[in-house]
Design a protein around this ligand. Sequence first.
Ligand code: ZN
Length: 212
Amino acid sequence: MDAIDNLKAGFMEFRTSEFLKKSDIWDNLIENGQDPKIAVVACSDSRVDPGIMMNTDAGEIFVIRNVANLVPPHDEAGGYHGTSAALEFAVQHLKVEHIIVLGHAFCGGIHSLFGPRKTGVEGHFFIPPWMSIAEPAHRRVTATMPDAPEAEQVRACEKGAILVSLENLMSFSCIRRKVQDRTLSLHGWYVDMSKGTLSCYNPDSNQFELVS
Ligand SMILES: [Zn+2]
């Protein structure tokens, strides 16, 4: 069976085992619409699917995926702001109560910040300007741990980029207002699938703390 047929077969299996068995959940979602309380900004990386990793049901999380799970700063200039549009929808229309920025170890996007910069050439039109969102995290790492092995620097940058995205979330006035009103909470999470671990950022300790 080729990869595409495998997906079709997967859907038919899902239809029997999940869709038909949980028809009450699906009926409710269709009749009343979606009402997720949590939005997740995750990486497009095929290894870190939030729904699979968090074992969620349909309708439970509103997922926004992009290269390196980045949130750009608020920008009113014209453009196709896919992540910002999805965040606006989650906050203003779905009225989610939580936004989780879900970073991960071995992120190719973050790793690209440590290599040679090629911008504006075939294959590199969109990635470098997008990844520049995480540049403050990269600068922080190279300034504070210049002698650490690259792998260690990349791991630190992956976590630092989550904090940059949390800061950028606060540049959206609709998000800032709701955070101040305590109707919306922001979270920074980090998964390392080489170990199967989840860590959550604690602003009090300024550390990612292992969930056990
Ligand atoms: Zn990634």
